[in-house]
Design a protein around this ligand. Structure first.
Ligand SMILES: O=P(O)(O)OC[C@H]1O[C@](O)(CO)[C@@H](O)[C@@H]1O
Length: 561
């Protein structure tokens, strides 16, 4: 098994699981294997010159390297068996074919259909899903072309120069992240994003803009989210104050599944772009929620973005597990979270334009897999989704990498980087970025022993007394796992592949955790309590909560005089 682990794992089947071991059996085997498996990664690399080859895989130019994680052929063999025992192939097929796998909301999960532009797709409840998708995509294209070309103007006839997307969560994070990521492709109006109900956000956005040349897109799946509706009202007042009530129809568009509520808000039906309840909020940037991205980069580039994601879908659907990037990323994620019990994962894109990727993946991963109840309603037997966080490199190196290298917790790191930047005349910057990225993963893996720290200090002429005092502080334990995702260049197709890779990784981990990755009941309670507390904060009702909440309300009132 050791030499070619990928032969030890069967091809994905679409029938019932072919292993007779249960998930619980394999989980126990993984725990036992953790005791005996590789611990010293320096030795693992020294003993096996093929290690990189064994534990890296590609999808076209995109490389996934997990060779610096403490796994061996047996680990991967066991993880492959786990995928079979958990029926990953069957669950994957169920998702792609529109089975109602979001069982607590009785919904299909078909964001993959949003990027299948073949026209040959599935039928759901008698509706041809692909036909619907293509028709909305075409309508978005027409609208976006009209805005970009200047054919569609504001109420005074002036060209639209700025677009504000008002939305939150999945109606914001994906478009924000992708718009920044694709900055080199922007050739449309400037795009701005307002999400927070904090008045500072919309105030600071509107202050630099001219209502006569601004288009506002209200993006909300439900069209009830209080933050979005509050910001949308403020934007409407801003337009009316400057241009009159009649101008609302020229300066607003909407994206929603709740078409009746959009109509009630007063947005003209030819400026409303729908999507469907089988698109989860955090999986919605491929739908009309992506309209601001399309306005920024154009319909053709947006289709390239969708095509990239579809390419990763096909790879996920058709590639054997041992070569399947999302499956492998998910299996190694499971190993780290459940078997090794690491509490977090850090996402470090060495790409300034992916600065919002960690925030986007926080919602994707933590809202999907931050659950404690199994699909059948029982308590989960293992830890589920990790804490996901991060910042771009190299900035993170000068902030929190200290803890990653020498802190008391092990936090697996995921590095993302392009071989080529978009600025050929700044090649030296990209070279430095690459050198830093590779150096950090090498440092996490190799570490530095006490003897090495002492020798290095001696070679610099440091006194014996100083070496004794300082050398222990210069020790790095090493053996800290990291994964590197390397690709040629961050273009629309590659961004599409990257996001789909992470979406499917989250799905794989959810299957292994035996949870529903597609609901989000955990966000409800806070929303309900905020609704109850608003009249108390406004002074219309007396506080009647717990002593802390009431005490805070009283203190707010005191501060406000
Ligand atoms: O698009 P909507 O309906 O305004 O919801 C926004 C976000 O709120 C949530 O429902 C929970 O915070 C997310 O899942 C969703 O992306």
């Amino acid at each position: 098994m050791r030499v070619v682990w990928y032969c030890a794992v069967r091809l994905p089947s679409e029938g019932p699981p072919v292993t007779d071991k249960t998930v619980a059996d394999i989980r126990k085997s993984l725990v036992a294997h953790l005791r005996d498996g590789p611990k010293d990664m320096r030795k693992a690399f020294a003993n096996d010159p093929q290690r990189f080859k064994s534990f890296s895989r590609t999808q076209d130019d995109m490389l996934l390297d997990w060779s610096k994680c403490a796994v061996d052929a047996d680990t991967m063999g066991l993880l492959g068996e786990l995928a079979e025992a958990a029926d990953l192939p069957g669950r994957r097929k169920a998702m792609f074919t529109g089975k109602k796998i979001n069982v607590t909301e009785n919904r299909s999960v078909l964001h993959t259909a949003l990027r299948n532009l073949s026209g040959k797709g599935i039928t759901l409840d008698g509706q041809n899903v692909q036909a619907d998708v293509l028709s909305v995509l075409d309508a978005m294209g027409r609208f976006s072309d009209a805005v970009r070309s200047g054919k569609l103007t504001g109420a005074t006839g002036k060209r639209i120069t700025d677009v504000i997307n008002i939305g939150i969560g999945g109606s914001d994070l994906g478009p924000v992240m992708a718009t920044l990521a694709l900055a080199p492709y922007h050739d449309g109006p400037r795009t701005h994003y307002v999400s927070n109900v904090d008045g500072a956000h919309i105030h600071d956005t509107l202050i630099g803009l001219d209502p006569a040349t601004t288009l506002v897109i209200v993006a909300s799946k439900t069209f009830t989210t209080v933050e979005t509706m509050t910001n949308a009202e403020t934007a409407r007042k801003w337009i009316i104050r400057a241009l009159g009530k009649e101008a609302v129809k020229n300066h607003f568009a909407a994206v929603s599944t709740a078409l009746d509520k959009v109509a009630a808000f007063g947005i003209e039906s030819d400026r409303v772009f729908g999507f469907w309840d089988w698109v989860g909020g955090r999986y919605s940037l491929w739908s009309a929620i992506g309209l601001p991205i399309m306005i920024a980069i154009g319909a053709m580039r947006f289709r390239e973005f969708l095509a990239g994601a579809h390419e990763m879908d096909e790879h996920f659907l058709k590639t054997p597990i041992q070569k399947n990037l999302p499956a492998l990323l998910g299996l190694v994620g499971y190993w780290h979270r459940v078997t090794c019990k690491y509490p977090a994962r850090a996402i470090i894109p060495y790409d300034q334009r992916l600065a919002r990727l960690p925030a986007y993946l926080q919602q994707l991963d933590m809202e999907s897999n931050g659950k404690s109840v199994t699909l059948s309603g029982g308590r989960v037997a293992t830890p589920t989704g990790p804490l996901v966080w991060g910042e771009p490199g190299t900035n993170g190196q000068h902030a929190f990498f200290q803890l990653l290298h020498q802190g008391t917790d092990t936090i697996p790191v995921e590095f993302l980087i392009a071989a080529e930047g978009h600025e050929p005349d700044l090649k030296q910057h990209q070279d430095l970025l690459l050198a830093n990225c590779l150096a950090q993963s090498e440092a996490l893996m190799k570490g530095r022993t006490l003897a090495e720290a002492q020798a290095q200090m001696r070679s610099k002429g440091v006194s014996a007394e100083e070496i004794k005092k300082i050398a222990p502080h210069r020790v790095f334990s090493g053996n800290r796992p990291s994964i590197t995702i390397l690709y040629c260049m961050l273009d629309p197709r590659t961004l599409g592949r990257l996001i789909a890779l992470y979406e499917h990784r989250v799905f794989v981990e959810g299957v292994l955790f035996d949870i529903n990755s597609f609901d989000q009941w955990g966000v409800e309670l806070g929303k309900e309590l905020a609704t109850n507390l608003l009249p108390v904060i406004e002074g219309k009702q007396k506080p009647s909560s717990d002593a802390s909440t009431d005490g805070l309300v009283a203190y707010i009132r005191k501060l406000r005089g």
